[in-house]
Write a protein of this length. Structure first.
Length: 203
C-alpha cells in the first residue's frame, strides 16, 4: 500500500475511533447509577422452599428490626423484601448519603445499634428475652459486619435473625434474614456470602 494511502486509512480509523469514544462516553452531569439490589437467588438457600423477591420500593420497611430502624429517619432509603412459602423472610435496605465520611458514620452507628439491640428489646418488652452475637467482619469494599439476634417470648415464641451492615463509598446497605428458631438454625456462612454479594452490587 502506498504511503499516502496508508496515512489516509490510519487517519480515517483515528477519526472513527474518536467518534465512537464520543458516543460511548457518559455525558457530563449524568445521574449516577443507582445501587443494585440482591436477587432471590442470592439469599441463603432454603431447604424446602424457593425465595420470592418483591420489586424495589422507596422507604424503610416495617419488617426491618426496630434496633436499626430508629437510626434511619431522614435518610433517602430504598428496600427490597424477600420471602419463602414457609417461615423465612429477608429484606435489604440501601441508603446513599452525601459523602463517604457520612456513610462511614452511619455504618458505625448501625453496627452499634445491633450490639445493643438485645438490651433495647428487653427494656421495651419485659416479656421477651434477647441475645446478640457478633459474627465478625467481611473484607468487601469498605467492609461489612454480620450480627445475630435471638428472641424468645414468655409464651414460647422463638425467632432468630441475621443482620449485616456493609458499605461501598457513600452507600450503606443492610441485609436482614429471619425465621423461627435459635442461633443453631442460622445459616451464617451462606449469609456472609449473601452480604458479600449485596455490597458488590452497590457499585
Amino acid at each position: 500500500m502506498p504511503d499516502h494511502t496508508r496515512t489516509t486509512a490510519l487517519t480515517a480509523l483515528t477519526v472513527a475511533g474518536l467518534a465512537l469514544g464520543t458516543v460511548l462516553a457518559v455525558p457530563a452531569g449524568a445521574a449516577p447509577k443507582a445501587p443494585g439490589f440482591l436477587a432471590a437467588r442470592d439469599l441463603p438457600p432454603h431447604p424446602s422452599s424457593s425465595w420470592t423477591a418483591d420489586r424495589v420500593k422507596n422507604g424503610v420497611p416495617d419488617s426491618l428490626l426496630s434496633c436499626v430502624t430508629d437510626a434511619l429517619p431522614g435518610y433517602d432509603a430504598r428496600h427490597r423484601e424477600f420471602r419463602t412459602d414457609l417461615d423465612t423472610g429477608a429484606v435489604q435496605v440501601t441508603v446513599v448519603v452525601g459523602s463517604a465520611s457520612k456513610a462511614k458514620a452511619l455504618q458505625t452507628r448501625l453496627n452499634k445499634e445491633m450490639r445493643t439491640c438485645a438490651t433495647q428489646i428487653e427494656q421495651n418488652d419485659p416479656e421477651t428475652e434477647a441475645a446478640v452475637k457478633d459474627y465478625g467482619s467481611i473484607a468487601v469494599e469498605e467492609g461489612a459486619r454480620v450480627h445475630g439476634l435471638h428472641t424468645e417470648t414468655s409464651w414460647g415464641a422463638t425467632d432468630i435473625h441475621l443482620l449485616s451492615v456493609g458499605r461501598d463509598g457513600r452507600t450503606v446497605t443492610l441485609v436482614q434474614w429471619g425465621q423461627m428458631g435459635d442461633f443453631e438454625d442460622a445459616p451464617v456462612k451462606a449469609f456472609k456470602k449473601t452480604t458479600t454479594t449485596a455490597v458488590n452490587k452497590l457499585r
